[in-house]
Design a protein around this ligand. Structure first.
Ligand SMILES: Nc1ncnc2c1ncn2[C@@H]1O[C@H](COP(=O)(O)OP(=O)(O)OP(=O)(O)O)[C@@H](O)[C@H]1O
Ligand SMILES: [Mg+2]
Length: 311
């Protein structure tokens, strides 16, 4: 690495701006991905995200959920042990780890689905926008923190009615089809499905392919404007082309919605995740930027796992 100084840089340039030293790096500079701005609301005096990248657009990263010392046990079985981490909009967080390490349990804790299991005992705190979810209405929480499962589960009704479902359930006065239409179209567009179904909104959802059904389920979640989307192995039942479309959809959504995805597919995590949490036997072994966890993991166990030594 060396430092070059140009004529302009020896003094003030013609425009009168202070000189800038140009650093010449031997080899490739690793691209820095985004400016991290954690916290709610804008910082005084700053209207823009505060760093812009070489190859990527700047993304505004904001904390949505905070998990503090989460523990979950089912009877004597400790499924999640003292886990703390953050879930941010502007980022995709991938939960990885071998089978039975607590990924689904952690995910289901975020919208209190785990509380429906009679033997489950949960400790610690989970905050959504600084509000303790323990005191939030469960239905409201699950609208703000939507969830998708491994197998797409559209309802046995039309494509339109699937997407409109949550909106119709919301108030005492059921909105008419005309009022719902723009929201349904918008949700289908954001889920990357509109072009494929725009002529068939009245067709049964179950006539769609698996990949389309999964995107329909994403649209159904998006229609109620969630802040966080939880995805539990959403592509494991899909072919590579549908998987690629869903991955694109996820990356396109992350600016507005915080995304947490459980995946056994490490290449998928590398492709789409900004942050990675590696769990092992209920412990959070490592949590950090995806590039660091995959390329320079700190813990031996993470190293072994991402190298494919066990899983
Ligand atoms: N309802 C339940 N009752 C009892 N034990 C449970 C229950 N759900 C999960 N467990 C146990 O908690 C541990 C974590 O399970 P979990 O489903 O969270 O793992 P996972 O990491 O999602 O695994 P996989 O990758 O196979 O989906 C496992 O030992 C599992 O057997
Ligand atoms: Mg699981």
């Amino acid at each position: 690495m060396g430092i070059e100084t140009t004529d302009d840089e020896r003094g003030l340039s013609e425009a009168g701006v202070p000189p800038v030293r140009r650093i010449v790096v031997d080899g490739e500079t690793p691209p820095v991905r985004v400016a991290h701005r954690i916290g709610n609301g804008a910082s005084p005096g700053l209207d823009e995200p505060f760093a812009v990248e070489q190859d990527f657009e700047a993304v505004w990263v904001e904390e949505r959920m905070r998990i503090e010392s989460l523990g979950v046990r089912f009877g004597q079985k400790e499924a999640v042990k003292d886990v703390s981490l953050q879930v941010n909009s502007g980022e995709v967080l991938a939960l990885i780890g071998p089978s039975g390490c607590g990924k689904t349990t952690l995910l289901r804790s975020l919208n209190k689905l785990v509380d429906l299991t009679p033997t489950a005992i949960r400790s610690g705190r989970i905050l959504l926008d600084d509000e303790d979810t323990a005191y939030m209405d469960d239905t409201l929480l699950r609208k703000k923190v939507g969830m998708l499962f491994q197998q797409p589960n559209p309802f046995p009704m039309t494509i339109f009615d699937n997407v409109a479902y949550g909106l119709r359930e919301r108030g005492s006065k059921r909105p008419g089809k005309k009022a719902l239409e723009p929201i349904v179209v918008d949700a289908l567009e954001r889920a990357g499905l509109w072009d494929e179904v725009s002529d068939n909104l009245n067709h049964p959802a179950l006539s769609l392919s698996g990949g389309q059904q999964q995107r329909l389920c994403i649209a159904r979640s998006l229609a109620v404007r969630p802040e966080v989307l939880l995805l539990d192995e959403p592509c494991s039942a899909l072919d590579p082309i549908s998987t690629a479309i869903i991955e694109d959809t996820i990356v396109n959504l992350k600016d507005e919605i915080a995304i947490v995805i459980v995946t056994h597919n490490l290449q998928q995590a590398e492709r789409i995740a900004d942050k990675v949490a590696f769990m092992y036997l209920g412990d959070l072994v490592e949590y950090g930027p995806a590039t660091q966890v995959f390329n320079a993991p700190m813990a031996e166990r993470t190293k072994d796992y991402v190298r494919g030594d066990f899983g």
